[in-house]
Write a protein that binds this ligand. Structure first.
Ligand SMILES: [Zn+2]
Length: 270
């Protein structure tokens, strides 16, 4: 493997922009809690944390994106789409991209190959039922089993958004495009709180704004792609959605940034 030089000799982004930006939402809803512990399926209090996502947060997010005229990518588990079809229809009707996030919210590495394949196809069927071509996959674990890339290739997916080894998109040896992510630009490491653990401290939105701005500004300087990975149940709290608006306005005001859905950015990768 030739590691090359970060940012050296890179082509500008479509339209001549210096860097690119994609805002993404993993609409985990109840499934992230059930994936963490199947017994949570019988704990309405635990599940209600996830329900807040589609019930309250997704409408707030859609309203914000509409006001900013910003396209986004929504990664939705199949079972969440079955449980909250109205929200998925609203996401699609607003012109955003709908992408694959598993059927249940289960780590691919924890499933037998046949189960992984069955869940993958089931979610693809559910999402396609909303009248869209599904181009992208984000694993519920940001990780693969040995079979995952083969599955994505076999079903004609264009890109994955899971790995952390670059600040620019690249192609896997199999041809699939990778749109790299990083925990810094995720809301969960900063805001995730589980009543099963009580180990994390909830951060202020202001502090997280600063963390995102530092990283996004650095990626912009290096001509990379900034993928902001958000969860409606976390970022959609009343005190945080205003911070997200400020951050997205800062991205817009920075200028010289190609802002697009993940599929649009993946389609530009040579
Ligand atoms: Zn997720």
């Amino acid at each position: 493997v030739d590691d090359g030089d970060a940012g050296a000799g890179r082509e500008p982004w479509r339209g001549g922009a210096r860097s690119a930006f994609a805002v993404t939402f993993d609409v985990d809803a109840e499934e992230v809690w059930i994936g963490a512990d199947p017994a949570n399926a019988r704990r309405p209090g635990v599940l209600s944390q996830g329900t807040y996502g589609p019930k309250v947060a997704v409408p707030l997010v859609l309203d914000l994106l509409e006001r900013l005229h910003m396209p986004a990518t929504f990664f939705v588990p199949g079972r969440v789409a079955e449980r909250h079809p109205l929200r998925v229809r609203q996401i699609v009707a607003a012109g955003h991209e709908l992408a694959h996030h598993g059927y249940t919210h289960t780590h691919p590495g924890r499933m037998a190959p046949e189960q992984e394949a069955a869940e993958f196809v089931r979610a693809l069927d559910v999402l396609s039922g909303f009248g869209v071509d599904v181009a992208g996959y984000r694993s519920p674990a940001w990780d693969f089993s040995p079979a995952t890339i083969g599955l994505l290739q076999a079903h004609g997916l264009l890109y994955s958004s899971n790995l952390m080894d670059d600040i620019r998109p690249y192609r896997h040896p199999e041809g699939l495009v990778e749109l790299p992510v990083q925990w810094i630009l995720d809301d969960a490491p900063h805001f995730w709180f589980s009543n099963a653990e009580w180990t994390t401290t909830i951060r202020s939105a202001r502090e997280v704004f600063e963390i995102w701005q530092e990283e996004a500004a650095g990626i912009h300087r290096l001509g990379g792609l900034c993928v902001l990975a958000l969860h409606p149940q976390l970022i959609g709290r009343p005190g945080r959605i205003g911070m997200l608006e400020s951050f997205l306005r800062w991205v817009l005001e920075t200028g010289d940034i190609r802002i697009a859905t993940c599929a649009e950015i993946a389609r530009d990768v040579p």
